[in-house]
Write a protein that binds this ligand. Structure first.
Ligand code: B12
Ligand code: SF4
Ligand code: SF4
Length: 378
């Protein structure tokens, strides 16, 4: 434990592999509702994910480690600056997977050498229900927004797990301290919680802007605002953050140059400049096209006609994902006769059916009235 803390982990606790008896049923229910959306890997790995002993039959104890990444300022401050991009706190510097994996390997190596046990390390890289196990180990409890809340660090903990064949004494589980609070549920801009403790990922901005590879359903675009990568709203409003401290891992501290980037600048990134700008961060993994799709949604939500020229320029992008959102953003910012003119110039050459459908709705003025049918790409 001392070793883990010396390496920068803020909390380390132990759970037994049989400590999450309710998890299999709850995971099954979540998948059954389709709440995982297009994250098929969640369904494919369900059996191993539901029970650590299926993933590794020899496991006897699981160390759950938390690394505090508490922000220094108000994480929601950029939401009000409409011509700037809001990037989630967790993505404002190095990819946490890389940072935590290295540290986990060091702790695991130490454990293995000291006790002669076998070990395996996991941070979001294997089918492990990290949150349920962390609650069982007493790191915190799964709040109504489903994320682990700690009485010491609030919402801002990354989780990692070390499986070991060593028999270690288990820690006591944490109990739920949400009480009658429902701040996280009420703040969600896209209504992603069908009930407390349940998240429909298909409506979550984090899923839509990071995991989802296709077009973003039109009824959810407005709620995204200027959040171009991830979302922190439900985390940031939790009253338990009053006990949070700023994170001390330098590689995870926010880079000021990534905190409020101008949308106009981001809209101009081509593939090489995108890769250079976001090298080493989690953002790089989405690829340029999905990223520009998100930036165009923010442009469409900016209400700033000065940004219309960026959207118009991207109407001729080689990616249909980008063209479709350029149509939407253009239709939100330009008067209808100008939208019709842009459509007329391009429709003859537009072969992609989804971009054509987007044009059809734009010309009908549906986006302006925000009356397009829900979830046409869902
Ligand atoms: C898939 C995934 C996502 C998906 C789905 C999120 C979700 N809630 O499941 C998406 C892309 C939306 C996502 C978003 C985010 N994620 Co994510 N994600 C994961 C991942 C890979 C798996 C989570 C999982 O198993 N989901 C399946 C469902 C079934 O799990 P669940 O919601 O926990 O289900 C429980 C509850 O529903 C509960 N339950 C159900 N009914 C009831 C009833 C009652 C009464 C009670 C008490 C409980 C209860 O029981 C279920 C089982 O425990 C984990 C890493 C990992 N391997 O664990 C990271 C992880 C959860 N993500 C993380 C983070 C940081 C985020 C974001 C904050 C990123 C961002 N800023 O954009 C957001 C937060 C959004 C949110 N409110 O959850 C961290 C959370 C750390 C923490 N402190 O908890 C993790 C653990 C990664 C890590 N290693 O640090 N994520
Ligand atoms: S991360 Fe944002 S969109 Fe997702 S559930 Fe939380 S508040 Fe809603
Ligand atoms: S905001 Fe309130 S309901 Fe949500 S996790 Fe925090 S304490 Fe629980």
């Amino acid at each position: 434990m001392t070793r883990a803390k010396g390496l920068g982990f803020d909390v380390v606790r132990v759970a037994k592999p049989d400590a999450i008896p309710l998890a299999p049923e709850r995971l099954k229910y979540w998948l059954g509702q389709g709440h995982h959306g297009s994250m098929e890997w969640m369904a494919e790995t369900a059996e191993r994910r539901a029970d650590p002993r299926t993933l590794w039959p020899e496991v006897r104890s699981i160390l759950l480690l938390g690394l505090n990444y508490g922000p220094t300022g108000d994480p929601l401050a950029t939401l009000a600056v409409k011509d700037r991009a809001s990037i989630s706190v967790y993505a404002r510097n190095r990819d946490y997977h890389d940072v935590i994996k290295g540290k986990l390997k060091e702790v695991a190596g130490f454990l293995a050498a000291r006790g002669g046990s076998d070990v395996k390390v996991f941070v979001d890289t294997a089918p492990v229900m990290e949150k349920a196990l962390a609650e069982a180990a007493g790191l915190g409890w799964q709040g109504k927004h489903t994320v682990i809340v700690s009485r010491e660090f609030g919402n801002w903990l990354f989780l990692g797990a070390i499986f070991t064949t060593a028999e270690l004494p288990a820690d006591a589980p944490e109990r739920d301290h949400c009480g009658s609070c429902r701040r996280c549920l009420d703040i969600c801009p896209t209504n992603a919680f069908p009930a407390p403790y349940q998240l429909d990922a298909r409506r979550c901005i984090s899923y839509l802007t990071i995991e989802h590879k296709g077009h973003i359903p039109s009824d959810l675009r407005e709620g995204i605002g200027n959040r171009i990568f991830g979302c922190d709203d439900c985390l940031a409003v939790c009253p338990w953050n009053k006990f949070a401290k700023a994170g001390r891992e330098a590689r995870l501290m926010q880079r000021d140059d990534l905190t409020a980037l101008p949308l106009a600048e981001l809209a101009r990134l081509d593939d090489p400049t995108f890769r250079i700008t976001f090298a080493g961060t989690p953002i790089k993994r989405t690829g340029r096209d999905r990223f520009i799709r998100n930036v165009l949604i923010a442009i469409g939500n900016s209400g700033d006609p000065g940004l219309a020229e960026e959207a118009v320029r991207l109407l001729d992008d080689s990616s249909p994902l980008v063209r479709a959102m350029a149509v939407w953003a253009t239709a939100r910012l330009l008067p209808s006769e100008m939208v019709a003119d842009q459509a007329e110039r391009r429709l003859d050459d537009e072969a992609d059916p989804e971009v054509r459908a987007e044009w059809a709705r734009a010309v009908e003025g549906k986006f302006l009235r925000n009356a397009s049918p829900a979830g046409e790409y869902a």
